[in-house]
Write a protein that binds this ligand. Structure first.
Ligand code: NAD
Ligand code: ZN
Length: 356
């Protein structure tokens, strides 16, 4: 097997804001694990954050860790207890390894497991290496027709799927997506498939919105942070084009200003579906939301999403998900991939690292 002669290059982040590549030993395969040859990995905004600021909320980089949680690959080795996988199987990796014993896990809400080991989030090492051992329970077979690059999108699409599943948009329901990053756009694809219409997408940057229009979402709104509630609502009516206001706003930036414009833009009785993660102490216009019975619903990662999202993507239900991938680099150039992703002038949506 030629691939085994290649170095197990891994991408590390340090607590003092550096990233570097270093060769790792070939992983040992536990009885419940499979060793995966990682073939495609997406870079997530959170990884740029761990690199540039060393933390996300209370989650700090306190020692060097390997990043990566959006991966797919091919199985090289199968643990002694594992029944349902064979060498050569093609898989997408679900990165949140929950304990399967606590109340939340038993109730099926395993995304809320307090003991979860999440790949590439301190203190757990991630999937940005050529070879990784991962519990078979959190590996999902992909069809032969699905590329590894597409299979590495199942993670961000799962974030979107979970949010859409919690919001339950229906056929013809007007919705708003705040933020045209990969999560906002993945949410737009899922909400469109669920029947939501019209869909308005906001951003602060016009060139990002031009990109969005090229993806087939032609109702976009460049937010001006000086708008008050009435102006926001009237701009929203204009771009919705049907004299209606959104009934669900999927907030996918985490910025306080964006949460506020989402609340202003919503129809009375609507729902703020908060996906974005920002500062811990964001102020929201809670009283004005209360007088208008605006619901707040949150969504954290995902549970039981991989099989469904794999099926939706394979059957084309979500449309052209590969349009999210704007840049691709070989493993050896992972550092360049990070630099490209971090420089907003590159208009990167999803930057991927691939290995043949
Ligand atoms: P991103 O930074 O790539 O994209 C955010 C976009 O929002 C950018 O294009 C930016 O220009 C735009 N933006 C910023 N402020 C804005 C404002 N006031 N109004 C309109 N647009 C604005 O981020 P991403 O990777 O797409 O992730 C989006 C958010 O989702 C992040 O906060 C991330 O932490 C969060 N996230 C949450 C979960 C979860 O489980 N809930 C999972 C993954 C990511
Ligand atoms: Zn648990």
């Amino acid at each position: 097997r030629e691939v085994l002669t290649r170095p197990n290059l891994a991408l590390w982040v340090t607590k003092d804001h550096k990233i570097y590549q270093k060769e790792e030993p070939y992983p040992s395969c536990g009885p419940d694990d499979c060793v995966v040859h990682v073939k495609a990995t997406g870079i997530c905004g959170s990884e740029i954050h761990f690199w540039k600021s060393g933390r996300i909320g209370d989650c700090c980089v306190t020692h060097d860790i390997i990043l990566g949680h959006e991966s797919s690959g091919q199985i090289l080795e199968v643990g002694s207890n594992v029944q349902n996988f064979q060498i050569g199987d093609r898989v997408s990796i679900e990165p949140g390894v929950s304990c399967w014993e606590c109340d939340m896990c038993i109730r099926g809400r395993y995304n809320l497991c307090p003991k979860v080991k999440f790949s590439g989030t301190p203190p757990s090492d991630g999937t940005m290496r050529r070879f990784v051992a991962h519990p078979a329970r959190f590996l999902h077979k992909i069809p032969d027709t699905m590329s590894f690059a597409t299979a590495a999108l199942i993670e961000p699409l799962s974030v979107a799927y979970n949010a859409v599943r919690r919001a339950k948009p229906y056929l013809g329901q007007p919705i708003l997506i705040c933020g045209a990053g990969p999560i906002g756009l993945a949410t737009a694809l899922c909400a469109r498939a669920a029947g939501a219409s019209p869909i308005v997408i906001t951003d602060l940057e016009q060139n990002r919105l031009d990109q969005v229009r090229a993806m087939g979402f032609d109702r976009t709104l460049k937010i001006d942070l000086s708008w008050d509630r009435l102006t926001t609502a009237s701009k929203m009516r204009e771009v919705m084009g049907t004299d209606c206001l959104p009934q669900i706003a999927f907030e996918a930036t985490g910025a306080g200003s964006s949460i506020n414009s989402a609340c202003y833009a919503l129809e009375d009785g609507g729902t703020l579906l908060q996906i974005g993660c920002g500062k811990p102490d964001i102020e929201i216009p809670l009283m004005s939301m209360g007088f208008r019975e605006v619901n707040i619903v949150t969504s954290f990662r995902y549970q039981q999403s991989w099989p469904v999202v794999i099926r939706l993507v394979a059957e084309g239900v979500l449309g052209d998900v590969d349009a999210l991938i704007t840049h691709t680099f070989p493993v050896e150039r992972t550092i360049d991939a990070f630099e490209t992703c971090a420089d907003r002038s590159n208009l990167a949506i999803k930057v991927q690292i691939v290995d043949e």
